[in-house]
Design a binder for this molecule. Structure first.
Ligand code: UT7
Length: 337
């Protein structure tokens, strides 16, 4: 399949990355005291050992701002150089204004246009591709793309099916136009998709216009995450594998060319199912979900930053980012680091 989102020859690079996770650690042992679960169940079914929880008063935009500052420092740019800020999130500070506008205020990035993207766990890669378009068309030169979540604010802490899975955090990347060529870290291709027939298998049913929270339903916790785990699991494996293959094919590459796969960090078993089918070995797969759990739109962004800062990806490597989430949505991005 050709890239339906491609515009002109790609000259967009990842100039810097950053991430931030809150200090508070919630371990599997802590959860054993909250719901009927065990460290053994959580570790063997998901690979998660602990997750981070935002402090009281710390909002999604606070996490996003810190990650954004670190990405700007890595890229060596000043707030005034940013002309686009996109925050991917399903846990915005408020329905409106956009969380990106709060980040703009916090950073003093007064020259930026700002908006949020709602594509759940795929959101960071959707936002990267949107930024790529803005930059490719010449409209914008420097974008700050952030995936940030405070999922602890929308988890039912009495539901063991979901509360053991999620965590808080933020990751960011600075995307820039490369006018000189040869700077590296170029985005080569991307593959995005959605299946709106599957909206009900992973969602927050209440709190929006379709089902406002009222005194009559307030006790039903309709503003918390509901998931049919097994259905999502099966869909995730196939959709992410196809998305990776599509991005590689667009660049004339195959699975054996992948130097590092940076997948959505929802479940170690999902990641292993994909990599085993594609023949990508564990040493070429980046996993940090044991420390952070599933941070939705932030997950790939945090993992990319850690892979970058720890030297797990090197100049020239073919790096594939891939994600999957509510919508359902999926996305992949191939970068030559
Ligand atoms: O990020 C967005 C995308 N999300 C995902 O990709 C998540 C996809 N799904 C998954 O990762 C997995 O389906 C889960 C980790 C959510 C669940 O794993 P599973 O192997 O599919 O387990 P299950 O839901 O089929 O549940 C198996 C059993 C059930 O008990 P019975 O019915 O067999 O008696 C559950 O009630 O495990 C039980 N269970 C638990 N037991 C202890 C469910 N949650 C827990 C828990 N602790 N926390």
């Amino acid at each position: 399949m050709s890239d339906p989102d491609a515009t002109i020859e790609c000259t967009v690079t990842i100039a810097g990355t950053g991430s931030y996770v809150p200090e508070k650690v919630l371990s599997n042992a802590d959860l054993e005291g909250m719901v009927d679960t065990s460290d053994e169940w959580i570790t063997s079914r998901t690979g998660i050992r602990e997750r981070r929880i935002a402090a009281d008063g710390q909002s999604t935009s606070d996490l996003a701002t810190e990650a954004g500052k670190r990405a700007m420092a890595d890229a060596g740019i000043e707030p005034g150089e940013i002309d686009l800020i996109i925050v991917a999130t399903i846990s915005p500070d408020a329905f409106f204004p956009a969380t990106a506008c709060y980040v703009q205020k916090n950073l003093g990035a007064t020259n930026a246009m700002c908006f949020d993207v709602s594509a759940a766990c795929s959101g960071f890669l959707y936002a990267m591709q949107i930024s790529r378009h803005f930059i490719n068309t010449g409209n914008r030169k420097t974008a700050l793309v952030i995936g940030a979540e405070k999922l602890s604010s929308m988890v039912d802490w009495e539901d063991r099916n979901t509360c053991v899975l999620f965590g808080d955090g933020a990751g960011a990347a600075v995307l820039r136009r490369d006018d000189n060529g040869g700077a590296g870290r170029k985005i080569l291709s991307s593959s995005l998709g959605s299946d709106g027939r599957q909206t009900d298998i992973l969602h927050v049913p209440g709190g929006g216009s379709a089902c406002p929270i009222t005194p009559d339903n307030a006790d039903q916790k309709l503003n918390t995450i509901r998931m049919q785990g097994r259905e999502v699991y099966k869909y995730a494996v196939n959709a992410m594998r196809r998305a990776v293959e599509d991005a590689l094919q667009q660049a004339g590459l195959g699975a054996s060319d992948v130097d590092m796969l940076i997948p959505h960090q929802a479940n170690k078993r999902i990641i292993e199912a994909i990599t085993e089918r594609m023949g990508i070995p564990p040493e070429k797969t980046f996993i940090n979900l044991d420390r952070y759990g599933n941070t939705s739109a932030a997950a790939v962004a945090i993992a990319l930053d850690e892979a970058n800062k720890t030297g797990s990806i090197k100049a020239g490597d073919h790096v594939v980012l891939v994600a999957f989430g509510a919508g359902l949505t999926w996305a992949s991005t191939l970068v030559q680091w």
